[in-house]
Design a protein around this ligand. Structure first.
Ligand SMILES: C[S@@+](CC[C@H](N)C(=O)[O-])C[C@H]1O[C@@H](n2cnc3c(N)ncnc32)[C@H](O)[C@@H]1O
Length: 291
């Protein structure tokens, strides 16, 4: 069933798909709100080496990036594979327009953008050598269906790369119950919206069930202490804590947490970014073949 997103007057989004209907508030539907767009750019630039040291597509190969958002990963894809032909799509027209602008401002010319829904793409079957999906499955109520649909566009012998996070992989020093509760709010809100913020650990079974072969998953742990000031700023504060801070109103409004506990949780996450603090999070990167 196609996934349709409708914007509601109060800034919420309704996702219809896979038989489910979920309500998403735009504070946590990544990619639709200016603060979130900045966070996605911070996340992408901070994590380039960790996630993309091995992301490279051969010259002349045709790559489909689905759910490109505002182009945060697209820039890296294009720079790392300057002679590949990249087609980047997103369901949000606004995000596609922003991504296009960003790519043009970088002087990159090997990316073609178009608005499109993963569940309703009009490309010819087997017309791509590679598909790239980053931080998208976590928002979908039907990730296996998305992976199956995308398989149709990959030529036999071609590959798919999927990257997702997993909030259950978060731990830090000093430990804090309030911080774990605040993180859990994000997990719960995403679950209520039909997504899964702990999908990283499921990539192997999801891709296998979708019919991919040679599935290889590599966990990519971000370990941050104050000897890595760039990661303290770029990851602990601006990527992770900013994401949790962004759901404050939605979490309190939904009655999942009280204000005091949430604010203490955020304070404690910032505490883990101090001189003796430590923060860990694991992303999962899967590469598989279509036979
Ligand atoms: C968290 S953002 C990730 C953006 C980008 N991949 C990145 O890593 O910065 C998720 C993106 O998936 C897009 N998306 C969600 N459902 C989609 C669908 N059915 N088809 C295409 N794009 C979709 C959203 O519009 C959003 O831009």
């Amino acid at each position: 069933m196609p996934l349709i997103v409708s914007r509601m007057p109060e800034g919420k989004f309704i996702y219809h798909g896979g038989g489910k209907i979920g309500k998403m508030n735009n504070v946590y539907v990544h990619g639709y709100d200016q603060r979130e767009n900045i966070r996605l750019q911070d996340q992408a630039s901070t994590l380039v080496d960790l996630l993309h040291f091995d992301t490279s597509f051969p010259a002349e190969s045709r790559v489909l990036e689905t759910g490109c958002g505002v182009g945060a990963q697209t820039v890296t894809l294009a720079k790392k594979s300057p002679n590949a032909y990249i087609t980047s799509i997103d369901i949000s027209e606004t995000s596609v327009a922003e991504a296009k602008q960003r790519i043009e401002s970088e002087g990159i010319s090997n990316v073609h953008f178009q608005q499109g829904n993963i569940f309703d793409l009009s490309f010819e079957p087997e017309s791509f050598d590679h598909v790239f999906v980053c931080f998208v499955l976590e928002h979908l109520p039907n990730p296996i269906e998305a992976l199956s649909v995308l398989k149709k566009f990959i030529r036999p012998g071609g590959t798919i790369t999927v990257i997702e996070g997993d909030h259950g992989s978060t731990y830090f020093y000093p430990d804090s119950e309030a911080a774990h509760k605040a993180i859990q709010c994000q997990v719960e809100l995403q679950r209520r919206a039909g997504g899964n913020a702990m999908i990283g650990r499921e990539l192997y079974p999801l891709m296998t069930k979708a019919g991919y072969e040679m599935v290889r998953v590599s966990p990519r742990m971000v370990y941050v202490d104050s000897s890595k000031p760039q990661l303290v700023e770029g990851f602990t504060k601006k990527t992770f804590t900013a994401m949790i801070e962004g759901i404050r109103a939605a979490a309190i409004e939904a009655g999942i947490i009280d204000q005091i506990t949430f604010d203490k949780g955020i304070k404690d996450l910032y505490r883990a970014a101090e001189y003796d603090g430590v923060f860990c999070y694991t992303f999962f990167k899967a590469v598989a073949e279509k036979r």
